[in-house]
Design a protein around this ligand. Structure first.
Ligand code: AMP
Length: 583
């Protein structure tokens, strides 16, 4: 058996971060040499130079839409070196939740390597503080549909591309994170059935489970909301040793049935524990007594789920997972004991070449014209080791997957340094979500407004299951629409009216406030939707080829996203218009 030494992984990381600048230059050199043959680079006139200065002078900053024509050619089966020197083995589909259609991205072996490096690094630091024993992990992970592109490449989500590899299995064994459920559950074709089986397998191995995980925290919350509904059925399966008839996918049924034996003692014990719980507080440590923590991405758009997650996790610590995207990994959480709200990500200087666009907050006038520059004045991109603590930047990366000087669209803040590499905090997606004229509100602003209004609900013991937003321009003046799904139908009209006014008042951006005052933006509208609406939205994305792992609720629905708008609008049960500004 291989022995995983977390001390040596930590030592390696310490060594790597001592000279982040040196590793950056070396990494850029390797990337450019390896991809020198690619058509994209050839055209740019680098002429074999690999130093950062020449690179910056010759290679333009790009976003996904600039690269898309190249990626389409790869997907269509052209085998000449287009974006990368080495051939591309498969295509990743990024979630693309805002615009409603998934993006195509190249997936390469180097991405698998960097994924494993990130997993091992953060595990080593986690394990130093919260050692886990040999056992299993209750992992809510799901693969997505794998389709073939015109050119015969496999296209699927980045997480699925990773799960398909041998390295993934090996790393999971090394870091004692084997999933309780068999592959047939992870790769099952029906998300609801996979979720049920993950819960069941987790209960069968309840004494062995060392931690609970999902890629994004909302999947864990989702899983336990489901558990509240199906726990009796799960107990019945364990008592009788016969799997519920709701599991109809043959391979999943066969694989899970093999694990099931009649076990009335376990069923009684689970059932007694569930009945003793008060409103499911602390269900995770109660049912999985050896679990040491709950793990998953909890930052950024996952923050709204933290309250519910803390409720289910009770006394267990929450540990926020690493930072990356389908295009590239960025940093590992090497300070696992920080609460999720303060999580930082230490950039691994050998997984890509990173640059940072300094972003200064605007004071006063609205000088800019283009949407992408709103909110900030941009400086010239600087290198990884040149960033300053306390400042905010937009990340650019260049990596082995042939995405050159790629603007990911995320804003980060430098919280400090680990040796010479920066530790970043995720701030928000750069793109605006809500804007009608001179107003500018990001995903984070929306989240803060919703949190403010949710306090009024909390006084009534009510909570928001999920939310999203939309800009309604069908009438003059346009107005913001916020959709809420609530946990029960008990909210009174009065409370919802107050929430609506509170939302309107909580967008404190000067452009919004002044537009509201003069009436160039209409009263904010709160639309309440039926329970289960966000479920239907997830299902819709799953049908498009998304995976539950990677799904992030779209916090903003654009007008072009007709299908999601239809789902939302046909489920509206109540509408409230703000009177906060007297009109
Ligand atoms: P995708 O391409 O679908 O994998 O989504 C990538 C995006 O998810 C990133 O650009 C971030 O905006 C967000 N994201 C990924 N990891 C984190 C994290 N640890 N914290 C906050 N946001 C994250």
């Amino acid at each position: 058996m291989r022995v995983f030494s977390f001390e040596s992984v930590i030592d390696e990381f310490e060594e790597l971060t001592k000279d982040a600048g040196g590793h950056q230059r070396e990494t850029l050199r390797k990337i450019l040499e390896q991809n020198g043959e690619a058509e994209y680079l050839q055209k740019l006139g680098l002429g074999g130079r690999t130093d950062p200065e020449s690179f910056k002078a010759c290679v333009p900053l790009v976003t996904h839409s600039d690269l898309d024509p190249y990626i389409q050619r790869i997907a269509n089966g052209e085998t000449s070196p287009i974006l990368t020197g080495k051939p591309i083995s498969s295509i990743s589909l990024s979630s693309g939740t805002t615009q409603g259609k998934p993006k195509f991205l190249p997936f390469t072996d180097e991405l698998v390597q960097s994924t494993m490096q990130i997993y091992r690094t953060s595990f080593a630091f986690r394990n130093r503080e919260y050692p886990i024993g040999n056992g299993k992990a209750l992992q809510f992970i799901y693969s997505s549909k794998q389709v073939k592109t015109k050119g015969g490449l496999i296209a699927t989500t980045a997480t699925t591309n990773v799960y398909r590899t041998e390295q993934f299995k090996r790393t999971m064994t090394d870091i004692q994170s084997q999933c309780c459920s068999p592959d047939e559950v992870i790769f099952g074709s029906d998300f609801q059935q996979s979720l049920y089986c993950h819960l069941l397998c987790g209960l069968i191995y309840s004494d062995e489970v060392q931690f609970v995980f999902s890629t994004f925290a909302h999947s864990i919350v989702h899983a336990f909301r489901k558990f509240e509904q199906v726990w009796e059925e799960l107990c019945e399966d364990i008592r009788s040793g016969v799997l519920s008839s709701r599991i109809s996918v043959p391979s999943m049924r066969a694989a899970v049935s093999k694990l099931l034996r009649p076990n009335p003692d376990l069923a009684d014990s689970i059932s007694n524990k569930c009945m003793r719980l008060s409103n499911w507080y602390g269900v995770i440590p109660e049912l999985w007594p050896n679990a040491k923590y709950v793990y998953g991405i909890m930052t950024g758009s996952m923050e709204p789920y933290l309250k519910k997650l803390r409720h289910y996790a009770g006394s267990l610590p929450l540990m926020s997972a690493d930072y990356g995207s389908s295009e590239s990994w960025i940093g590992a959480n090497v300070n696992p004991s920080l609460p999720p709200e303060l999580t930082t990500f230490a950039v691994l200087p050998n997984i890509g070449y990173f640059e940072f666009i300094p972003l200064e907050k605007q004071v006063g006038q609205e000088m800019e014209s283009s949407v992408s520059t709103i909110h900030y004045i941009e400086g010239e991109p600087i290198g990884l080791t040149e960033v300053e603590v306390g400042k905010e930047y937009e990340i650019i990366f260049t990596n082995f997957a042939g995405l050159y000087r790629y603007r990911l669209g995320d804003v980060v803040r430098v919280a400090g340094f680990h040796n010479t590499t920066p530790e970043l905090q995720f701030v928000c997606r750069r793109s605006l979500v809500l804007s009608i004229n001179i107003d500018k509100n990001t995903e984070k602003d929306l989240q803060l407004a919703v949190e403010e209004a949710a306090k009024l609900l909390a006084e009534e013991k009510l909570e928001i299951v999920d939310f999203t937003s939309y800009v309604d321009l069908s009438n003059e003046p346009g107005h913001y629409v916020i959709f809420w799904e609530l946990c029960s139908d008990d909210a009174t009209e009065d409370v919802l009216r107050c929430c609506c006014n509170c939302l309107d008042m909580s967008f404190v951006d000067a452009g919004y406030v002044s537009s509201r005052k003069v009436g160039t933006i209409g009263p904010l509208e709160l639309r309440i939707v039926h329970k289960g609406t966000f479920h239907d939205i997830s299902d819709h994305y799953l049908e498009l080829g998304g995976a539950m792992n990677q799904l992030k609720t779209p916090r903003y629905v654009s007008q072009s996203n007709i299908k999601v708008l239809q789902i939302l609008n046909r489920n509206v049960t109540g509408c409230y218009f703000s009177t906060a500004y007297g009109m």
